[in-house]
Design a protein around this ligand. Structure first.
Ligand code: FES
Length: 160
C-alpha cells in the first residue's frame, strides 16, 4: 500500500532535517516518525524514506532490521513489550510474560484476532530499578505483578 507522510509530518521532517549535518543522518528519526503514522515500517515506508534522504533502499532496510524499535509487520493497536532481561526476570517477568501470552492467546510477535494487542519479548528498556516492567506503545508500566497487568490490559481494552 502506498505511503505518504501527512502534511503535519512533512513539517516535522523539515525541522528534523535542520538538526542533522547530512540528510542520511536523519534516517532513524524519520523512520520512527513514519512508524508512528503507519503503525509499522513497510517496504513502501522504506522506499519513501530512502528517496527523501537520497539513500539506497538497502541501507534503510539495514537500519530497520538492525534496531528492534522498528516494527517490520503490522502490530496491534496496543503493542506490549515485556522486558525479560535480568532485573525484570529476577522479579517475575516470565510470570507476567507467560500470563499475557495465555490471556491473549498469542505468542511472541503475535497479534490478537481483534488487532487490539500485540506482544513482544524485549531486552532491557532501562527501567531496571522498577522491575518488572512492560511498555504499552510509548508508555512504561513498572513494579508490576499479574494483577496489575490484568488491570492495565483491561484499561486499554476499554479504550476501544
Ligand atoms: S532489566 Fe527490565 S528494564 Fe532493565
Amino acid at each position: 500500500m502506498e505511503f505518504k507522510f501527512t502534511e503535519e509530518n512533512q513539517t516535522k521532517i523539515e525541522d528534523i532535517l535542520k538538526r542533522y549535518p547530512t540528510k542520511k543522518a536523519a534516517v532513524m528519526p524519520l523512520l520512527y516518525l513514519a512508524q508512528g503514522q503507519n503503525g509499522w515500517v513497510s517496504s513502501e515506508v522504506m522506499k519513501v524514506v530512502a528517496s527523501l534522504l537520497d539513500m539506497p533502499a538497502d541501507e534503510v532496510l539495514g537500519v530497520v532490521t538492525f534496531y528492534t524499535m522498528y516494527r517490520q509487520k503490522s502490530m496491534g493497536k496496543y503493542h506490549l513489550q515485556v522486558c525479560t532481561n535480568v532485573s525484570c526476570m529476577l522479579r517475575g517477568a516470565y510470570k507476567i510474560y507467560d500470563h499475557i501470552k495465555d490471556k491473549l492467546n498469542i505468542a511472541n510477535g503475535g497479534v490478537t484476532e481483534d488487532a487490539i494487542f500485540s506482544l513482544e519479548e524485549v531486552e532491557c528498556m532501562g527501567s531496571c530499578g522498577t522491575a518488572p516492567m512492560i511498555a504499552v506503545n510509548e508508555d512504561f508500566f513498572e513494579n508490576l505483578d499479574v494483577e496489575k497487568v490484568d488491570q492495565i490490559l483491561e484499561s486499554f481494552k476499554n479504550k476501544n
